[in-house]
Design a protein around this ligand. Sequence first.
Ligand code: UD1
Ligand code: UDP
Length: 381
Amino acid sequence: MPQTIVHLIAAARPNFMKVAPLYHALKGDSDFDVRVVHTGQHYDHNMSDAFFADLGLPTSDYHLDVGSGTHAEQTSTVMVRYEKICLESRPDWTVVVGDVNSTAAAAMVCAKLHIPVVHLEAGLRSGDRRMPEEINRLVTDAICDLLWTPSPDADENLLREGVPPDRIERVGNIMMDSYELLRDKIEQAGTRAEMGLADQAYGLVTLHRPANVDNPETLAQLVEQLAATSEKIHLVFPIHPRTLKSLKDNDLYRKLALATNIRIVEPVGYIQFMNLLTKARLAITDSGGLQEETTYLGIPCLTLRPNTERPVTITQGTNRLAEPGRLLAEVENILAQGIPERKCPELWDGQTAQRCLASLKARIHGSSGSQVQSGLGVSVS
Ligand code: UD1
Ligand code: UDP
């Protein structure tokens, strides 16, 4: 039997740690010829190449070089350039991950060319259509042939939307696979030591959602709250390029940089970032991935958003939603409490890539794999 050609679409920072475990699983199986397609949505060294190096991803397969732009520019450029690749060298399967513009764009290309396409991290819903990611999730899940979900709420969302159960397979959370694959390197990294950080003596901050950082009033409020919070606990803040630009454009960067107990750094690679996160006392964020990583590690997380598409991080994990104006009060609450007991949602176990591999093998060898039954338990054969 000829090898099955699989394209993995990688585009932006949160995609790389979702693609890498699957890349390594497929690479190790002679049924598959796996190729990484980097759309180039993120392109700075610290937003892209650093992750390819940390995660052992190949840089030489395909690069679409789309760069930044409006939503329509980014989405349409990925479509035009990825369609060309598919027409020249058609994959048997394409895997899209997460919820960025490139995810929906590549899924649309495949659906129209009748290339089977699977969505990894399917079914998440914030219910907030003002978030561009929610639109990308809805579009992607509506057109993919196979939906790999991380948690029961995702199965339930898809079933409620009328997706046939045989398109849904719960595989778990692949982010944890990347962490487990690199756990030794993360523990050995010298990032904390180089920054002189004592264990549990600092908070880690990441912010990049347009609703927080593109709105000058909200951003000013956040700067004020972060400065006040830093008087209670030292803060380390690797700044996303969108946020840096907005801070500078709105004349807020200086105020943040002058706060004595906040260390502002450039975005850091995956191994360095996880070295910082594993011993943080708490995280302050609006990131999707960080809500999950803090739950997995048992670290208190304040998510500065009115909603989340990852509810298990609240019901079973360490996450809590907070308004920007209440940041200091929420941090004081956390500091007054002990370190929470670590609990972990089912199938967040470092084995998700293996379940994806089994699912794809079942499809190419003619059996359908396991499927969700009424949104309840799933095991992958
Ligand atoms: C994108 C995703 C978001 C994800 C985030 C992860 C969409 C709609 N948004 O948001 O879901 O949570 O990535 O980080 O797909 N920039 C650089 N260098 C880079 C990348 C971006 O300077 O390597 C700057 C550019 O000014 C760019 C801006 O950041 O215009 C925003 O980049 P973009 O990819 O459009 O959106 P993100 O905010 O990064
Ligand atoms: N991350 C990193 N370096 C940083 C900030 C984040 O390695 O400076 C990692 C971290 O593992 C996080 C992931 O990037 O979970 C997700 O990135 P981001 O917050 O940009 O995207 P989102 O998950 O919100 O889509």
